[in-house]
Ligand binder design. Sequence first.
Ligand code: TRP
Length: 454
Amino acid sequence: MNSRDGFNSKLGIIAAAAGSAIGLGNIWKFPYMAGQFGGGAFILIYILAIILMGYPLIYCEFALGRKAKSNAVDTYGIVTQNKKWNIIGYIGVGTVFLITTFYMMITGWVIYYLWHSITGNLYTVPESVQATEYFAQFFTQMNSSMWAPLIFALIAICLTGWVNAKGIGEGVEKYSKIMMPILFIIFIILIVYSMTLDGFKEAFNFLFKPDLSAITPTVIISAIGQAFFSLSIGMGALVTYGSYISEKEDLRQLATQVSIADTIIALFAGLLIFPAVFTYNLEPTAGPSLIFISLPEVFLKMPGGRIFSILFFVLIIVAAITSMISMLEIMVTFVDERTKLSRKSVTWLIVFVVSIGGMINIAGEGPLSFIKFSGKTIFECLDYFTNNITIPLVAVLTAVVATWIWKIPNLNKELTLGGRNATKSDHFFNLLLKWVIPPTIIILMVALLLGVQA
Ligand code: TRP
């Protein structure tokens, strides 16, 4: 074990925590899920899930991490004084490992698209082919091959490893502080443009006027799962970052800031993508390929589209890399504290192992795409399994451990170290953590496993 490094400034923690939360989940996944699940109805449940479950779970993970000052696995054993509970941490770290293996693949796709936007290849549509078909083919051609996606995915994971190898203060914090402002600036430029499009009003209504009849169990489960994925809850991410946060900080305030920043970016990503989709009469329900097939068509038709295309893909890459930094950090902190290896060696070792997982995902989309489990490719299975099973499970167990075993007075003590007193609202959210969140999630998980549809 090596001595513990930490964040140097408050801005650094916020940048790193926001960088962890804001990622492909916000810009790639949230818009297509909202599109698939009825727009406003999905978003309403999503926002409720963030406020009533996301916020308390974030401060709860932060508090456990800061109390134990350890990695995502040992934290559970230290706080409960019972090593058995480390199992929660193992599931969390395992989840993050699985997610990283497909996250690197998708980030690789985005880098591929950036590259082909820069060279102009993406936008040389032969006259004999319809644009929609051309972009669908472009995506399938990339996705079904092995080498190009692999090389771009390796670029993504190695860039990430390079930052992590430098440590928390000199790596994670420093680069988050540079990358997050860039992300916000590009975002604002794109949104301002999007507001001038004819389809803006239609998009606004689609996203913010909920049709309550569209709320079904599937929509509820998907919205909660997406809220957790987007906030990086239930994977040891916030426990790990919590362990590096100084005792002067108010964890409730940090949790509020992270959830607000993450939600705003997701909603704005919707406002960035859907006006264009409606202006050019594309389908909002396209699914995961929304940004890879539908959006390029928009960029093709739009004046100055290639510049916007480049900016948009850079935006996603920045968001994805800052998230991957945090994913790697969970694994690096854990292995670093459990072994005598140096941080550098641990980082590159993990990059290597994750890359093998990434390769399996990429092959599962391409040469091995005949391997399917109930119609899902390897990547789709991992996404489904983590989102619907392991993430909610870790979230429930974390809430249970904190409120039933560690107990609410201890949680409150950690939360109020900064000097403020526990308020009525703390009390309310702690009660949610203890009595409401675990049974609600368990009921939903069981419903999902029993195949409740529609
Ligand atoms: N929250 C990230 C996003 O929205 C994704 C993510 C999932 C993540 N699990 C994580 C980030 C663990 C950091 C750590 O894209």
